[in-house]
Design a protein around this ligand. Structure first.
Ligand SMILES: [Zn+2]
Length: 304
């Protein structure tokens, strides 16, 4: 709360340092007193009119904030979380340029391969692959908790219902490329690899309405042909992963068995026929683990 806001714009959005003197002059003597001169020793117990109006507004804002906090707690409890997810910081204004670092493989003219996004923020990214299990509860839970997803979809699994992925895209989740047939690209020639990747670029553009910028090779298996083929049809980066999540556990690549800033977590669209739980069970496990380690889930596509 800044009672001098009307005068100097403190806490406001504008200003940029230079307070126009004409504006200061219009507000009169009290304004001048607020701007730098020592305050009177005893502030009045009852604030003057305009300030009191601002005070009431702040009270209402505080009430709204408290109500929002209660809603967040209720939402987290309803989905069975130990505690609400930590809010992610605002995304960068533009995607940071990737430099060679641990977790980033750069090669001239090819899309970078990224296991971990270079960042100092305590954020990690959840990526969901393949597309077999199309559980609407999963999308609803992610949206209600404010957890952003980056999905990597293989056509042979998704094509029975692209509408499911359109709904995810409509709520702000990204639908990215995971090839047509989910084959091990490494054993295929350049032409076949290009078919697998670039046809799925076209298919997703047609089905979802957005041409993917990110591509993940099935099984994380790739060679230089893969990157060349991907780059040739508009892929800008190839995110892999450092952790894999299941409904009952997380598996860590590194011995410290911890998350690190910028880590990419892999999981799959799978149902109870394939692993011990539902998609909401899976998301609960991920969010609880991420929150317990003091991280927030951010949107991979804002950073890569
Ligand atoms: Zn896959």
């Amino acid at each position: 709360m800044c009672l001098a806001a009307a005068v100097a714009g403190c806490g406001g959005t504008g200003g940029g340092g230079a307070v126009p003197s004409a504006a200061a002059a219009r507000t009169g003597a009290s304004a001048v007193a607020d701007r730098g001169a020592p305050r009177p020793p005893a502030a009045p117990l009852v604030l003057p009119g305009p300030a009191r109006a601002e005070e009431e507004t702040s009270g209402e804002a505080a009430a709204r904030k408290a109500q929002a906090a209660r809603a967040v707690l209720e939402t987290a409890a309803r989905w069975g979380l130990a505690r609400p997810p930590l809010p992610a910081p605002p995304p960068p204004a533009s995607r940071p340029e990737l430099v060679a670092a641990q977790g980033v493989k750069l090669a001239n003219g090819l899309p970078p391969v990224v296991y971990r996004v270079p960042t100092d923020e305590r954020i990690v990214f959840l990526t969901v692959d393949d597309g077999a299990e199309k559980d609407p509860e999963f999308g609803r839970m992610a949206a209600e908790l404010g957890v952003p997803l980056s999905t990597f979809v293989a056509d042979y699994l998704a094509r029975s219902d692209y509408g499911y992925f359109r709904n995810l895209a409509a709520q702000g989740d990204a639908v990215n490329n995971h090839t047509i047939n989910h084959r091990n690209l490494k054993v295929l020639g350049y032409g076949t690899q290009r078919e697998e990747i670039c046809r799925q670029q076209d298919q997703l553009e047609e089905q979802i309405g957005v041409r993917p910028r990110l591509f993940r090779p099935p099984y994380g298996e790739y060679n230089e042909d893969t990157l060349r083929a991907a780059g040739s049809c508009g892929v800008e980066a190839v995110p892999l992963w450092n952790e894999e999540a299941f409904p009952d556990r997380m598996e860590y690549r590194y011995e410290d068995q911890r998350l690190h800033p910028g880590d990419i977590i892999l999981t799959h669209f799978r149902g109870p026929d394939l692993w011990p739980g539902t998609m909401p069970d899976l998301l609960r496990k991920v969010v609880d683990e991420v929150t317990a380690q003091g991280f927030a889930l951010a949107r991979l596509d804002d950073y890569l």
